[in-house]
Design a binder for this molecule. Sequence first.
Ligand code: TYM
Length: 316
Amino acid sequence: MSRVLTALQPSGVLHIGNYLGAIQPFVELQTGNENFLFIVDYHAITVPQKPEELRRNILFAAATYLAAGVDPEKTVLFQQSAVAEHTELAWILNCVAHMGELERMIQYKEKARGKGESVTVGLFDYPVLMAADILLYDTDIVPVGEDQKQHVELARDLAQRFNKRFGEVFVMPKPQIRKQGARIMALDDPSAKMSKSAASEKSYLSLMDDAQTVEKKIRSAVTDATGLANLQTLCTLLTGKTVKQIETMYQGKNEPFKQDLAAAVTALLTPLQQKVNAYLQDEAALKRTLDAGAERARTIAAKKMERVRKAIGVQL
Ligand code: TYM
């Protein structure tokens, strides 16, 4: 039995890249492992958030995970901010992490671009909080998309450095990255990864898009060599057909391919959306689920922090 852990930001839109890169692989690992999934609201505030929107997005994220098959009996499902040990451990790891290694983080460099001196300390420090998220629970496996690999590697480096200095306190986590689907590209620009922060809504398939919108977005998707490969990846993951089979079936037939792909996307999304909406009907139940998860997480996290405090010498 392994400890499996992943987390996603509550950013309002979850796209099919988030689903195929992280949510689905996590759900597949649920049986037979010890699982942790949480909503990283303290990562979300590294960029400005409207409080009422953030609150709604947290509930929406919880509803989406449950709809996608996360089972609170098998998975400790909670909000990051409800377990204070995450930020506490982040502070201690701040004192182990080097400025240089954080400056090398690709995501930081991308997000800081153009912000000059006004880039927030939180955005810079974000990977250290993520390392704390992972190391707090003695995590073995971290299913993530390709873009988070560098952050998981940083968590490994920090664990190793800490252990060398203070003794074997942390377990070494491993990123688990799918061969296919770990980097779904933008529909309108296959040289960029699919992202909710893209300028155009046409670039991503939201998990809440209706059939018409899905069809429109896929119809206008770029089909140069990389664009087509990206659509084939989506089709493979959604239908179980191999790329070879897809190529033979649709040789030179982009329109029918796009129609069938849109149908496959909608076949995934329609039942998912019905479930999301049903969960959102009962906010109190969602909150109860998250609170119960936080309580379980807190017990484990508190024990770990006691060990960390002892190791560094602050526990008298
Ligand atoms: P976030 O919220 O940006 O993304 C959530 C997950 O979705 C994956 N993903 C993709 N996969 C395939 N194709 C894409 N185009 C695509 N875009 C996003 C991401 O790789 C991620 O797995 N820092 C993290 C959240 C986090 C975390 C953690 C993850 C915080 N603490 C601890 C694992 C363990 C983030 O912002 O992901």
